[in-house]
Design a protein around this ligand. Structure first.
Ligand code: FES
Length: 569
């Protein structure tokens, strides 16, 4: 085994080694903990304000047991917890901040390998991004999904059914009492959202990338097998340090290809697009926005899970989870890709089986024949925009209509219920100034609700275009991440009421039917927003890049490794 990084702190007999060891000993660690044992950082995002991760304190003990058993020295450390339900203006605005916390905490401390303990949407990418910039041996443990939500005998899923039920209230088909009753029935156990929303998607992505042990994504948070997985994760990271199995050996182009294909097969969240691009930017993998379309094209969605399908993550676990799903699509995967087990993807999934064929469908009975995420281009999105066909209405995937434009989400909220709003089911709803700089942090409002007067007529979907994101639990014919965003001077800023727009998924096209001359005139009149804020919000707006490169900070791109920093004493 190569010399441990932690030996630069704990090795030797000098004054500094005395300081590093002595203060650690106030927790009662015996002498031999500092002699040649890999020091494993457990990067913990537990927080009462991130309810999806609040149970992590129970996972720490089994992780530590596993690390001790394998001869390591576990050290838990907290990092900024990006909790989706409470953070304003968006958890996404803090993803990059959390990733800086993770990166600097790993590099500055006597750590040889890392367990990333994450669950809620942004906690997974922020931790993997930060760790990728250090490139030490790293393994991910997700906290696991909540048990199925149940209301009046029907499964209800996090997020997805909030959107559905709130539309039903607006349409007058259920009462407000029904709506409020569903609240407690939806979140009835520890864990993260149990639809195939962003949290479950990112847990699936880390498993598909080879960053987590097989089974990581689907085991419910409260199932004893989650604690068992934590124990095994603790054991495994110690051996990964001995094998020098670093992130860069796992996060290859082949790994990203597998992740995109798995995303298509699970009907995963569009948020994974920005997160995987940001991770690739840190580890410097050859992986671009176009690869989402290239690798994901024609991958059938076979996981029958909300928001695209009928079931929830607990069912997905009983059906065999990600190993069974990957086994089903194995002919499309890069089976030779290395994983944290020290074995290849092909080895890991060789014996996987599907137990519930309605939950993980056979290839000849997919939920959606062409799943994946479509990358659209055109004068309205020169940098690209994305759409998830499995969450859309098939008849709307080829559509031409007139724009109804909302300058901000606040303006949308003011106008949408106006009975005089000039809008029909064929209109294209355009929302802007909700992108990385504009909001800031790309609000999850791209699936803006339909006008009540159209809902009452039975309309349930319309084409919507924005520079925003959409919750992974949401659905609709929704064009997202339009790049460049309006606040950065993208064409989206120039759209006017009544302009015609074409969405063609078959041609991967998003066109604004306005002449170049007219667009040039409008551009000359356009006034760039002035933000002028200080603090983190100001830093975010000055340095965030566009969605097509992952909305990371320009100064965080790349892998800075984990060289031993200067001694301070
Ligand atoms: Fe935390 Fe969905 S809000 S996982």
């Amino acid at each position: 085994m190569k010399k441990l990084r932690s030996a630069a702190w704990f090795g030797g007999t000098g004054k500094n080694a005395f300081i590093h060891r002595s203060w650690m000993k106030n927790s009662g660690h015996p002498e031999d903990m500092f002699e040649g044992r890999p020091v494993i950082g457990i990067c913990n995002t537990a927080s009462d304000l991130t309810p999806c991760n609040a149970h992590f304190r129970q996972l720490i003990e089994p992780i530590k047991r596993g690390i001790y058993e394998a001869g390591g020295f576990p050290v838990e450390f907290p990092v900024f917890s990006c909790g989706e339900p409470n953070l304003r203006p968006t958890a996404m605005m803090f993803r990059n901040l959390a990733s800086m916390d993770v990166e600097e905490a790993i590099r500055a401390n006597p750590i040889d390998g890392v367990v990333l303990l994450c669950g809620c949407d942004k906690t997974t990418p922020s931790l993997v991004m930060g760790a990728s910039s250090c490139d030490l041996p790293t393994i991910v443990l997700s906290g696991g999904p909540m048990l199925n939500g149940m209301y009046k005998g029907r499964k209800i899923g996090s997020g997805t059914d909030v959107f559905r039920l709130s539309e039903e209230v607006r349409a007058g088909t259920i009462t407000m009492d029904d709506f409020l009753d569903a609240e407690s029935s939806m979140s009835r156990s520890p864990g993260h959202c149990m639809t195939m929303g962003t949290a479950s998607t990112m847990a699936s992505m880390v498993e598909a990338l080879g960053l987590a042990l097989p089974g990581n994504a689907a085991i419910p948070a409260v199932d004893a097998r989650r604690a068992r997985l934590a124990h095994l994760t603790g054991r495994r990271i110690v051996d990964m340090v001995r094998e020098d199995l670093k992130l860069s050996k796992i996060l290859t182009r082949e790994a990203f290809e597998n992740a995109v294909k798995v995303n298509g097969a699970i009907g995963g969240s569009t948020n994974a697009v920005v997160h995987l691009l940001a991770i690739a930017g840190r580890i410097q993998a050859d992986f671009k926005l176009e690869d989402w379309d290239r690798f994901g094209r024609d991958v059938p969605t076979i996981a029958n899970l909300k928001p695209s399908g009928a079931h929830l993550m607990e069912d997905f676990f009983y059906a065999g989870g990600i190993p069974a799903l990957m086994h089903t699509i194995r002919d499309r995967l890069q089976l030779g890709a290395m994983t944290v087990t020290g074995r290849t993807v092909g080895d890991n999934i060789a014996d996987a089986e599907v137990y519930l064929p309605d939950v993980i469908r056979p290839l000849d009975q997919p939920l959606v024949a062409n799943g994946g995420i479509v990358v659209l281009r055109g004068n309205l999105a020169p940098g690209g925009a994305v759409l998830k066909p499995s969450a859309a209405t098939p008849e709307l995937l080829e559509h031409r209509g007139r724009a109804v434009v909302f300058d901000t989400i606040e303006e949308y909220r003011r106008r949408i219920a106006d009975p005089d709003l000039a809008i029909t089911a064929d209109s294209v709803m355009v929302l802007r100034n909700c992108g990385p700089k504009g909001y800031p942090g790309m609000a999850e409002v791209g699936n803006m609700g339909l006008p009540p007067k159209l809902l009452q007529q039975g309309v349930r979907d319309m084409v919507r275009i924005s520079d925003a994101r959409m919750s992974g639990t949401a659905y609709g014919t929704v064009v997202l991440h339009t790049s460049p965003e309006a606040a950065a001077g993208g064409t989206l800023a120039l759209v006017r009421e009544g302009d015609e727009i074409t969405l063609s998924v078959s041609r991967r096209e998003l066109t604004l039917h306005v002449s170049e001359d007219e667009l040039a005139r409008r551009r000359a009149e356009w006034v760039a927003p002035e933000f002028g804020e200080s603090g983190y919000r100001g830093l975010y707006r000055r340095h965030v890049m566009q969605a097509d490169t992952g909305a990371d900070f320009d100064f965080l791109l790349g892998c800075r490794g984990a060289p031993i920093p200067e001694e301070s004493h």
